[in-house]
Each structure stands twice: as structure tokens, then as C-alpha cells.
Ligand binder design. Structure first.
Ligand code: ATP
Ligand code: FE
Length: 354
């Protein structure tokens, strides 16, 4: 059973072919910033080429696929529209079944694709979904039932990584500004440099221990204030910049850790036997976050080991393989969408089960 999904909730375009037994036959991602530098939103000409490339990778003809999935929402209207019309046109022309997928459900279910048994997470599991547009702590009780335990009323953690990275004028990375910040923190070239920074880097606000909700705007403005007070990103010397970047990453991750632990304890109190914590979305590729969560979960559950499950970094950020995989239960159940189905730019993951 092969599926061609198209993923287009933001400004990258992806096409993948995935089997119902979790084999990724093709996975093509066209990063917008590497394709059409000056085009606002997805370039509509990228999708057909990406479909062709995916078919070549899998060595298949388009008629060989059994169904077509696409990102229905949430996301930017223009981008969702392009992906949706491409997928609906293809499905209708080929008379293949169609399934519109929830983008965040796809991020959340990625570890079920990438971690085969015995590592595969079992329901109920806790999910930390950290991406460019979302910061969610979810309790997943089935492939389509998610309860939001925490979200952010202000900024998503991934977006703040991007903004801080740009504010500090960090070196460019093909993986994007968030990944550039992590790389910059890992670089130890100037660690022994003298003189030591003339300005002490302040301790940035991290966790709010008693509340379950996330908030990153306080941390964001603390960094901004420091940078402005010291003459702007270009003016900061390397050791100060590095110290600030590391302090930002530490504080951001400290909050994520804290909330995962609180969420885990909440689930336990409510009688959910959570044994797996799944971390997904672009920020899940951050290796400092992975390490910190490992330490934290050992502390939170010293008796019963809690398995932390991360997709490989390439499947943490947006990709079509996760869309194909999330569509699979509906394809297998014969639960298809009409070719006229509308996109849903705003769509809570809790509404999937209602
Ligand atoms: P959403 O899924 O909420 O619609 P999105 O699809 O834009 O948003 P993803 O593709 O899942 O988000 O992830 C992109 C985000 O991940 C960016 O904000 C980026 O800064 C962040 N990110 C990627 N790699 C890293 C890293 N190594 N460390 C921290 N953040 C990272
Ligand atoms: Fe995403």
C-alpha cells in the first residue's frame, strides 16, 4: 500500500511515498529558502517537480500508488491551498482515494513510523511537540485522540530560536536559523578566549514551575533587551554572543523539561500509565534538548524507566513522509475524503476525535 502525500503547511514543499508497513520509499523536501529566495510563500511550480522526483526515487509510476494524502491544516492558507489543490487534482485524475491530514497529528505520530517495535511507543504516551508554530504537550491515547495538556499563548519555542539566532547575526546554516543557534552553542573555539566578556550575561527566565502552560515571550524579550543594551547583534563580541546563545538555549530547554515532568506527573495522578515520551517537531532535533530530557525523565521516574522517543532529525522538521504515515489508519479503514474537501488553516488537534 503506497501513498503519495504532499506536505505544504508552511513554506517548504515535500512529497513522499510510504508503505503501510512503514517503509519510506521516497522522501523529497524542497526547502523554500534554497529554491526561490524572493518568493513569498510556496512557489506553485515546485510541487510537480517534487512529485516526479519522488516517483523516480521509489522507481514507481504514479498509477502504482494506492492513495494520495495531503496536509489539510493547520497552517498558512496560501501554502495549504497549493498543496491541497495539487493533491486533489492528482487524486481525482487518477481516481485514487484521498485523505486530508492534520499537520500536528503527523508530527506527533512520526515516532510510530521511525521507531519499529520493540521501541515503538505505546498508547497512552506523552508528546512534546516543539516546532516553528507550536509548543504543545499532548496526551495521546490513540492515533486520533489527543488531549492538550499545555500550549503557549504567546510565541512558539522554534520561532524564538529563529528570532534569537537572527538577532545575534549567527552564521548561516542550511538547516535554518534554529539549527544554526545549536551549532553555534556547540562550537568551543573561543571558550578559552581572553579577555572574558565585559558584560555579564544575565540569568534568563526559564521555567515557571507551578503552571503547566508554556510561555517564551519573556525569554525572547530578555535576550532582546540584553542585545539592544549592548549595541546590537553585530556589536557583540564572540564570547559574549556565545555565552548569551548558550544561556538562551539552556533557559528555553529548562522550561520544556520542567513542563514535560509536570505533564508526566499529571498523567500519573490521573491514572494514565505513561511509559513513553515522544518528542517531535523541528526543535526535537536539538541534541541538547534530547540530552536534558533524558536526564530529567530519569529523575522523574527513577523506578519505572520511561522511554524517550525522537524521530531522526531529518524527520523532525516538515516532511511528507510523516503526512503519509498519519494518513495510513484512515486509508486502511476506507475512511476517505471527497475531492472537494476544504483546507482548515485553523484546526485544533483535539478536534480530531470529536
Ligand atoms: P508547525 O509544524 O508548527 O506548523 P513548522 O512546520 O514551521 O511549524 P517544523 O518544520 O516542525 O516547524 O520546525 C521548524 C522549527 O524548528 C524552526 O522554528 C527551527 O528554528 C526549529 N529547529 C530546527 N532545528 C533546530 C535545532 N537544532 N534546535 C532548535 N530549534 C530547531
Ligand atoms: Fe511542522
Amino acid at each position: 500500500t503506497e501513498r503519495i502525500p504532499t506536505e505544504s503547511s508552511a513554506d517548504d514543499t515535500g512529497v513522499a511515498i510510504v508503505t503501510s508497513d512503514a517503509k519510506i520509499l521516497a522522501n523529497v523536501v524542497k526547502k523554500q529558502h534554497l529554491v526561490h529566495e524572493n518568493y513569498g510563500g510556496i512557489h506553485p511550480y515546485v510541487a510537480p517537480g517534487a512529485v516526479k522526483e519522488a516517483l523516480e526515487q521509489a522507481n514507481m509510476r504514479v498509477t502504482d500508488v494506492d492513495g494520495i494524502a495531503f496536509t489539510r491544516g493547520p497552517g498558512m492558507t496560501g501554502c495549504l491551498g497549493i498543496g491541497s489543490s495539487a493533491a486533489r487534482t492528482l487524486a481525482a485524475a487518477l481516481s485514487k482515494p484521498l485523505v486530508g491530514v492534520h499537520h500536528m497529528q503527523a508530527h506527533a505520530l512520526t515516532p510510530l513510523l521511525t521507531s519499529p517495535p520493540p521501541e515503538r511507543p505505546q498508547f497512552p504516551f506523552l508528546t512534546l511537540l516543539v516546532s516553528g508554530g507550536h509548543t504543545l504537550l499532548l496526551l495521546a491515547t490513540s492515533v486520533s485522540e489527543f488531549r492538550i495538556l499545555a500550549s503557549t499563548p504567546d510565541e512558539a519555542v522554534g520561532r524564538v530560536f529563529d528570532k534569537v539566532s537572527r538577532m545575534l547575526c549567527l552564521p548561516w546554516s542550511k538547516l535554518g536559523p534554529g539549527a544554526a543557534l545549536e551549532e553555534f552553542c556547540l562550537d568551543s573555539t573561543d571558550d578559552a578566549a581572553a579577555p572574558t566578556p565585559s558584560v555579564e550575561v544575565p540569568t534568563l527566565p526559564g521555567a515557571m514551575p507551578s503552571i503547566l502552560g508554556f510561555s517564551f515571550s519573556g525569554l525572547h524579550s530578555a535576550v532582546e533587551r540584553f542585545v539592544t543594551a549592548n549595541g546590537g547583534g553585530e556589536a557583540l563580541d564572540m564570547p559574549t554572543k556565545r555565552a548569551l546563545a548558550r544561556e538562551f538555549q539552556r533557559a528555553a530547554v529548562a522550561q520544556l523539561e520542567e513542563k514535560v515532568q509536570l505533564g508526566f506527573e499529571f498523567c500519573r495522578r490521573k491514572g494514565f500509565q505513561v511509559r513513553h515520551v515522544v518528542v517531535s517537531g523541528g526543535v526535537a532535533s536539538n541534541s541538547y534538548l534530547r540530552e536534558r530530557l533524558r536526564i530529567r525523565m530519569e529523575q522523574a521516574s527513577p523506578d519505572v524507566p520511561i522511554a524517550l522517543v525522537f524521530p531522526p532529525p531529518a524527520l523532525c522538521t516538515d516532511n511528507a513522509a510523516m503526512i503519509a504515515w498519519a494518513s495510513m489508519p484512515r486509508f486502511l479503514a476506507g475512511d476517505f475524503d471527497d475531492y472537494s474537501i476544504a483546507i482548515r488553516p485553523k484546526w485544533s488537534i483535539e478536534e480530531l476525535s470529536s
